[in-house]
Design a protein around this ligand. Sequence first.
Ligand code: SF4
Length: 363
Amino acid sequence: MTALYVHVPFCENKCGYCSFYSKKPRAGEIDSWLEALELEIISRLSFLKKFPAPELLYIGGGTPSLLSVPQWKKFFDTLKKFFGLTNLIEATVEANPNSLTREHVNFFKANGFTRISLGVQSLEDKELKILGRLHDSEQALKAMELVKNSGLALNCDLIFAVPGQTLRTWASSLKKVIQLADHVSTYQLTLEPDTPLGKKFLNEDLNFQGYKFYRYAQYFLPQKNFLQYEISNFAPAGFECRHNISYWTQEDVIALGPSAVSYLAGVRTKNPGTLEKYFRAAEKNFPVEFLEEKESLPPREKNLELVILSLRTKWGIARELVPVEVLEILDSLPRDLFSEYSERIILSPRGMRLGNAIWSEII
Ligand code: SF4
């Protein structure tokens, strides 16, 4: 399958932990970005047409719900004009609780979106404040209800190992979220040194603290029918995010917008990393030298990457696809890290908890 990803590089405010590329838009900047996006598509179209029409669409960010509905209309018309979007089997849009409106949801529903992924992060006001989120728990619940009542599938992102978080508050957020969501993504807070939260909590060992929260999610969510299908993702059968699966199976991904990373026919390219660089590239019709990275993975690296990506998922990897030297390493690891170890190698819940340690052994 071909997946189409578009990065919307705008946020109303920078959350204290965020190291993704996004910025507060200046007057007229969203419209300029929409024009640049059209130029990017036009300049790459003859190449992109070599791939089948996208069946998966994911609009991420940033905060896509920061665009007004008229801006959304223009944005979506551009995508439809060049990609057709008549073959979609899944279309997801990310949104934040403080900017998602009923008009947005109506627009998404009327235009073939199937899922909304909400940046809930926590349902405890104290934790939301520490994270620097603009919404409170009441707004988050209202946005969740809005999506649920629309009939669209709802994913909620949640963060664990927030300073001051307890198992009780984590359990409470999980419990409330699954009343309305069809999919939950859980991420451990990462303290990047160049973020305000990273500087403030420099000496905290969140990895150590994160283990118990993650373990609780692995214990609680499957009991409620939210099965773990990837290290960070839980959903009832049939509600898995197909777009994300395309990353873990090395399928083709066309990615557009500043800092977006495409993976096409085994070649990974990274778009200009900031809006300013993206606009400069647009002025010159996106010549190839504006790409920040262009990397054709050698077969061994590609294979190693496939092993790690596949092991992240509940489907694991067929033994015959694993290089001999990696098999030797996996053979030397404790058996309880695996739930199956014959034809396919699949991590157990404990193996998923210790994923990072396993990857460093392999690499
Ligand atoms: S809303 Fe998301 S992308 Fe925007 S600053 Fe916060 S974490 Fe980063």
